[in-house]
Design a protein around this ligand. Structure first.
Ligand SMILES: NC(=O)c1ccc[n+]([C@@H]2O[C@H](COP(=O)([O-])OP(=O)(O)OC[C@H]3O[C@@H](n4cnc5c(N)ncnc54)[C@H](OP(=O)(O)O)[C@@H]3O)[C@@H](O)[C@H]2O)c1
Length: 356
C-alpha cells in the first residue's frame, strides 16, 4: 500500500559548534537511482556519531549511522517492497540527505538487510556498524570465509580481541565463534560475564597492566596469529601486538596504527579499516574541522562484498550473532545527552538506541 511521504521531517543536524547538534526540520531525502526510502523506526548510537558532531560534520549534515525501519519507497527490481522491515548503516554526519537520526533516510537497496520475524527492530538498529566492522576485519581483511549456509566451521585455534565489551568487541566475539575460533579477550571485570555470554573462552582484566595481560594471554593461547583491537589506542595496540606468537600475523584496528606499536613487532601487520568504504561508490574526505582533509579512495569490491555479507545476516543471527545489549534512551531530542555519556566513557557493554 503506498505511504504518504511528507516533504519535511525532524532530524538531528550539525550546527557547527563544539558537539553542537540541533533537532531541526529538514527536507525528506529524495531517493537516488537504486535507493530505497526508509521510515526510520530506531537509530542506534556509535562513537563515530559524537566524534562527527564534535570534529567532522558541517552545518546541516544529518548525524547517525545505524538504523532499522520500514521501506516506504522501493525501486522496481530491488527485491524490496513497501512495508518490509530492514536495517543497516549509512555514513552519518557526512551528508545533508542521509543519516539515521532522522524520520526518513535514503540508502541503496542492496545495502540493507531484511530483519527476520523474531528479531526486534531496536536490536536490529544496534547491529549495523558493529557487525559490518567485525565482518570487514575477521572475514574480508583476514581472508576467512563465512561458513556456507547449513555448514559448521573448522576449529581455527585462538583469536585475540582487545576490548571485548565494546559494541564492536561483543559482536566480533560472536562472529569469531561462528568462524570457528576460540576467543581470548580483555575487558573490565564488571563485563566478564557479558563477554563470556557472547562466546569468549578466556577474559582478563585490561587494568591488570600491560605485562600481566600479555603474560596471561600468551600463556592461555600460546601466542595468537590473528586479532582485532577495538580500542586501537597506543597502549592497546602495543599489548595486542605482544600477544602474537613467534610467527607474527595480522592485527586489525578500528583506528589508525601507532608507530611505536608497529615498531615493537614488525612481524605483526597492523591493518586499519574504515567501514565507511562499504557504503560509498565515490572517494570521500575525512575532514576534521581543524586539520587538512584526508581523502579515502573507493576500495574496489568493498560495496559488493558488503552487499553479499548483508544477505547472510539472517543466517548469522540464527547462528548466535546478536547485537550488544540494547538500552532504549528515548527519542531524537535525547540523542545529545547520549553523545555526552559516550564521550565521557559512561556507555559500557551496551548500545544506546533511540525510537524515532
Ligand atoms: N574503523 C571503523 O570503521 C570503526 C567502526 C566502528 C567503531 N570504530 C571505533 O572503534 C572504537 C570502538 O567502538 P565501539 O562502538 O565498539 O565502542 P563502545 O561500545 O562505545 O565502547 C565502550 C566500551 O569500551 C570499553 N573500553 C574503554 N576503554 C577501554 C580500554 N582501554 N580497554 C578495553 N576496553 C575499553 C569499555 O569497557 P569497560 O566499561 O568494561 O571498561 C566500554 O564497554 C571507537 O573508537 C570507534 O570510533 C571504528
Amino acid at each position: 500500500m503506498p505511504v504518504d511521504i511528507p516533504k519535511t521531517m525532524r532530524a538531528l543536524v550539525e550546527n557547527d559548534a563544539e558537539t553542537g547538534v540541533t533537532v531541526a526540520s529538514v527536507p525528506v531525502p529524495t531517493p537516488h537511482a537504486g535507493d530505497i526510502l526508509v521510515k526510520v523506526a530506531y537509530a542506534g548510537q556509535n562513537p563515530t556519531d559524537w566524534k562527527h558532531a564534535a570534529y567532522l560534520s558541517r552545518a546541516g549534515d544529518i548525524l547517525g549511522c545505524d538504523f532499522s525501519g520500514f521501506v516506504v519507497a522501493a525501486p522496481e527490481g530491488s527485491g524490496l517492497a513497501v512495508g518490509d522491515r530492514v536495517a543497516g548503516a549509512v555514513h552519518g554526519g557526512k551528508f545533508k540527505d542521509r543519516g539515521s537520526y532522522a524520520e526518513f533516510l535514503r540508502v541503496p537497496a542492496h545495502l540493507v538487510w531484511r530483519v527476520p520475524n523474531g528479531v526486534g527492530l531496536p536490536e536490529a538498529a544496534a547491529l549495523g556498524v558493529a557487525l559490518g566492522t567485525s565482518i570487514q576485519a575477521l572475514v574480508q581483511s583476514q581472508g576467512v570465509a563465512l561458513p556456507a549456509d547449513g555448514e559448521g566451521a573448522p576449529d581455527r585455534g585462538w583469536y585475540f580481541i582487545y576490548g571485548g565489551s565494546t559494541g564492536v568487541g561483543l559482536v566480533a566475539i560472536a562472529l569469531a565463534k561462528v568462524l570457528g575460533y576460540r576467543v581470548a579477550t580483555v575487558a573490565s571485570p564488571r563485563n566478564f560475564d557479558l563477554v563470556r555470554s557472547y562466546g569468549a573462552d578466556d577474559v582478563f582484566d585490561y587494568a591488570a597492566g600491560a605485562d600481566a595481560v600479555v603474560a596471561h594471554v600468551r600463556e592461555v593461547t600460546g601466542g595468537v596469529a590473528l586479532g582485532l583491537d577495538t580500542i586501537s589506542d597506543a597502549a592497546s595496540q602495543a599489548i595486542s601486538a605482544r600477544v602474537f606468537g613467534d610467527a607474527g600475523g595480522q592485527l586489525n584496528l578500528t583506528l589508525v596504527p601507532d608507530a611505536a606499536a608497529a615498531a615493537l613487532r614488525p612481524d605483526v601487520r597492523l591493518v586499519p579499516k574504515l567501514m565507511y568504504t562499504y557504503m560509498t561508490d565515490e572517494p570521500f574526505t575525512i575532514s576534521p574541522r581543524a586539520a587538512p582533509p584526508v581523502t579515502v579512495p573507493v576500495i574496489p569490491g568493498d560495496r559488493e562484498f558488503y552487499a553479499g555479507a548483508l544477505k547472510r545476516y539472517p543466517d548469522l543471527l540464527a547462528r548466535g550473532i546478536r547485537p550488544p545489549p540494547v538500552v532504549l534512551r528515548g527519542g531524537l531530542d535525547d540523542v545529545p545527552a547520549g553523545f555526552e555519556d559516550m564521550k565521557n566513557g559512561k556507555v559500557s557493554g551496551e548500545r544506546y538506541v533511540y525510537k524515532l
